[in-house]
Design a protein around this ligand. Sequence first.
Ligand code: CP
Ligand code: NVA
Length: 300
Amino acid sequence: MTETRDFLSLADHEPSFLLHLLNRAHRLKAGEESDPVLAGKVLAMIFRKSSTRTRVAFEVAMLQLGGHALFLSEQDSQIGRGESMRDTAGVLSRYVDGIVMRTFAQEELEELARSADVPVVNGLTDLLHPCQVMADLLTVQEAFGPELGDRSVAWIGDGNNMAHSWLNAAGQLGFELRLACPEGHEPEPAILNRARERTSVLLTRDPAEAAAGAHVVTTDVWASMGQEAQASARAETFAPYRVDRALLSRARPDAIFLHCLPAHRGEEVTAEVLEGPRSRVFEEAENRLHIQKAILAELL
Ligand code: CP
Ligand code: NVA
């Protein structure tokens, strides 16, 4: 596998590079690396969907590394009026040193990356959310130590962009992944099968089976951005997949709970679990900053 200068999918990167990013993020978090390595560099951030963590973490990351970030919403740029990814990439490449994009189709992000002369980072698509899962892995290392291959992670709920990035991470780094998804909401077969060729992956309908003995129990919203019209139908389908105290008690006694946020208390997770002693969701959110600094410092 040749290393790409983009960060579009965890499946594109060698395990050694992913582990290097995690190590660098730990050093950045510990204050062991504070040089303004991106002084004079500019990051453009294109968002076609809402964001709090991704946007703020990338903007603060650039500032702390000595550079600058520009926020481009689709409404306020020509992207919203249909300017092509090809032309957008060609123009932005003349001004900036890197581009983050959050959008719907992974293909649109890939088209931007193909047309850009600067590195492109996936800030979430309908298919994948690699920066988030890297922050999650940093949080897992903080809880259980640097070795990831011996860990088991239980994914409860939708086979969505987060589930896909967890599958890619498990495939690259060799930990066990157990997914409990309702019928019709399983991950994409190609992503599932690729991970299954590389590591132990269980797909079940039973959340308790997935959670049994796990180091990490994690979930996400039942209706992702762009699926708002399906929210009430999904609420019914996913009701047995709520992470509550009883489900978490199936995991190891020292298991941690992760959620990429935003969360809906009482839907995919109870307030008791989200705010309870096993929850690491705010550490996880903080870790977006540290891992994204590492990604930017490596790619830009
Ligand atoms: N977890 C995450 O990506 O959050 P935002 O949508 O706020 O960026
Ligand atoms: N699966 C969610 C993640 C949000 C950070 C979504 O795509 O809306």
